[in-house]
Design a protein. Sequence first.
Length: 209
Amino acid sequence: MTLDGKRVVIVEDNKGLRDGFELLINASGKHHVVNTHESAERALEALELDRPEIVLMDVNLPGMNGIKCTNEIKKIKPKTEILIITVFENSTLVFDALCAGASGYLTKNSSPLEILNAIDSAAFGGAPMSQHIARMVVDSFKKNNKTPLTVRETDILTLLSNGKSYATIADNLNISKETVKSHIKRIYEKLQVNSKEDAIEIAKKQKFI
């Protein structure tokens, strides 16, 4: 570890990923993993002892989720930089994470170099995001702000347009399949359509998605 290396904590419930991130960061020689945790609750309990400067935070944790944990950490240690690293790619989670105080948002399929660069960037006050996530954020500002759809409905219709199934959408958004169906029913009502294809076509034409 270099003299300016940061104290890193990893919060990830998948042991294989947790160990992999730890090995990657420690092997870089730039920063040092001081602890790893499988849940948000354990990370918060050890916060004063760990004194992390950077946290790699999963979203879909058992118990308290990563976004809530991010918010709690920032209340206690506002100078801690938190990087969300998750399999989820949707605008609601990105904005929720940033509003909670996250410094950046990466997907777990990011390359080792991208992860290390993101940690370096956060260490110097940057706000790293994977290219796909950054594009999604930019595109969200191009959408028609007069859309009748809620943020959640927009996310669901966007995932539908990408060919995702109801079950996959439910998993991605951490909601039930029945909730997805309820949202889709309201989307059809608002757009005055009776099919997924028509809803997607109108939403794209009107720049709702």
